[in-house]
Design a protein around this ligand. Structure first.
Ligand code: 5GP
Ligand code: MN
Length: 348
């Protein structure tokens, strides 16, 4: 594996050296950024603003959802689309450092990957996903971390800059911690996570406001869409302790669904008694995007990696398929008998 510098002093000072000599910096998150992708990248962005680099920009491989658009400095994010491609390619090409946050798989940069890989910049990967790919020059990586935002916090502390964490940085990091731990519910919610959250509250972070901004700011149609999917498009397979949800492109259009409106629906499957695995299949942009969730030791990252060109974490993973929606679901259902024993073995 490439160099990891999580808590390695020698590599940390190497990184510090690069930072001191850098003029142009680009920070990037993965495509379809979620709360942690934005939380970690904007958190780092707000922190780096304190250093007055010649240029500091955040480039996102794709557009981002409304539920994170309120975050500090979200308005300055450059989306890597046709309109911005020349500008973004130039920034990436001229960068001394490119930060890659909350992803360590090249494909998650989508069309931005060519520019990043071709750039002579040093690439710093800050991530917590399993099986990172080797495109970076330095990795601040821990697959046991709750979130990339937790790692950004620890990195800032390791660099000795804790006093530079202002309210904007703290708000971003708190948002990432909150969203990637499922509101402090998932097993990744360590004592360390709560300690960081407490420090952030002391800086002035307002948890009720962040929660309202994230979760209570939905268009009416989004809730109608959720109601429709739960009542008409969810299948419970108790013999396999599995729940399947499907959404077609037509349905997305009918409910005027926007980027991010389907985010989180997959988690409802896990609210059913006895369910160990939930999967949602969404038809969009000429493919089927799949999200998997599970509990206990059952790894959906393996299923995503082995059968659906994806990856992620043990209990939260994603992938894709170029079969039809029906064929993709059929492929998944046909796999279930192979996992029946392991699914049955999981505690309640
Ligand atoms: P989500 O289901 O929320 O899109 O993603 C769940 C987790 O799996 C996230 O941590 C995400 O980074 C990862 N993930 C989602 N889709 C993909 C994919 O296509 N490839 C890889 N390698 N990871 C993915
Ligand atoms: Mn994350």
């Amino acid at each position: 594996m490439t160099d990891f510098f999580t808590r390695d002093n020698e590599k940390l000072s190497q990184f510090n050296e690069w930072l001191k000599n850098a003029h142009n910096i680009v920070v990037t998150s993965h495509q379809n950024p979620d709360g942690d992708a934005f939380g970690s990248t904007l958190g780092l962005f707000c922190f780096l603003k304190k250093f007055n680099f010649k240029s500091l920009t955040f480039i996102s491989p794709t557009d981002y959802a409304d539920f994170i658009a309120w975050m500090p400095h979200a308005e300055s994010v450059i989306v890597y689309n046709q309109e911005n491609k020349t500008l973004a390619d130039g920034l990436i090409n001229d960068a001394d450092l490119v930060f890659c946050l909350d992803y360590s798989s090249v494909s998650r940069m989508k069309d931005m990957k060519e520019a990043v890989l071709a750039s002579k910049s040093k690439k710093i990967v800050i991530d917590h996903h399993e099986q990172p790919e080797r495109f970076g020059d330095l990795y601040y990586w821990d697959q046991h971390a709750s979130s990339a935002s937790e790692l950004v916090y620890n990195l800032i502390v390791d660099l000795g800059y804790k006093d530079k964490i202002d309210l904007d940085t703290a708000t971003c990091i708190y948002t990432g911690l909150l969203t990637d731990t499922g509101s402090f519910r998932f097993p990744s919610t360590s004592p360390g996570v709560h300690r960081i959250a407490a420090e952030l509250l002391e800086i002035g972070v307002n948890p009720s406001e962040i929660n309202r901004n994230l979760f209570d700011n939905n268009p009416f149609t989004k809730l109608q869409f959720l109601g429709y999917v739960l009542s008409k498009k969810m299948t419970h397979l108790p013999d396999y302790r599995t729940c399947i949800l499907t959404v077609s492109e037509k349905e997305l259009k009918k409910y005027d669904s926007k980027t991010g409106d389907t985010e989180g629906i997959v988690n409802y499957g896990l609210q059913i008694e006895g369910v160990v695995m939930s999967a949602i299949f969404i038809e969009k942009e000429g493919m089927i995007k799949i999200s998997f969730r599970s509990i206990h030791d059952f790894s959906v990252a393996d299923i995503a990696r082995d059968y659906f060109e994806g990856g992620g974490h043990k209990n939260a993973a994603g992938g894709k398929s170029y079969l039809s929606l029906e064929q993709t679901v059929e492929k998944f259902v046909n796999l279930l008998p192979f996992y029946k024993k392991t699914l049955a073995l999981q505690p309640k």
